[in-house]
Design a protein around this ligand. Sequence first.
Ligand code: SF4
Length: 255
Amino acid sequence: MTSLELPTHLSASSISTYEQCPLRYRFSRLDKIPEPTTQPMIMGSFVHEILEEFYALPPEERIIAEARTIARNLWENKFKEEVALIGIRTDQKVNDFRWSAWWCVENIFSMEDPTKVKIRGIEDKFSAEIDGVPLLGYIDRWIEEHDGSLTVADYKTGKVSKPQYEGDKVFQIILYVEMLERLNDIQVDNAEIMYVKFKERKKYAPTKERRRTVLKLINQTWDGVVKGCETGVFPTKTGPLCNWCAYKKICPAWS
Ligand code: SF4
């Protein structure tokens, strides 16, 4: 029997990976076999970092010229090199990448008036236990609405998920609600996903049922990970997503 070291924590994304396929989780999170960096990953980081710096500005300074300056600086100091490393080098490709990222940022101005957004937290790191399960994550932002209610939000730079495929995103945002409430002893009234590429916001009330589903999944995943680490066995779960799995070449289900 091969035992593996237990991970120090779970996160929303590691729980989703485990849900998708326990073996993929093992390859990625325990064996730490690196997955290739993709263009959507870098795009997501670039846009998130621009918005993080932008919303950290005093409200009256949150104007489009400031967003442009932040984007330009982040590009020169960090992301220019990152995109070159994944082979985006020609002027055309670099321009396409930069414009796609910029449109995501510019769209924010049609989704809300940034000068009126009352920020309570940006990129807050949480590290805490729920039901004895260690969890770690970062909340893109949480804000106070005009009526004093609180909303936790997550930015997405990809496609707007159809309702039948949005389960992992809803799980993530409701988990953040739970964490924020437990760590700050507050009540969060709304959870929201902001699809900045498509100027679409989707709100999810943190109902008791959604919270129960989240807690159940956290516990189920942790039980599975503990058992897998004791036995070394992480079963495969094949499906259409195998076609996007970086480990397909070494996966016993496909050998
Ligand atoms: S190829 Fe499919 S079954 Fe194999 S590790 Fe990846 S997701 Fe799991």
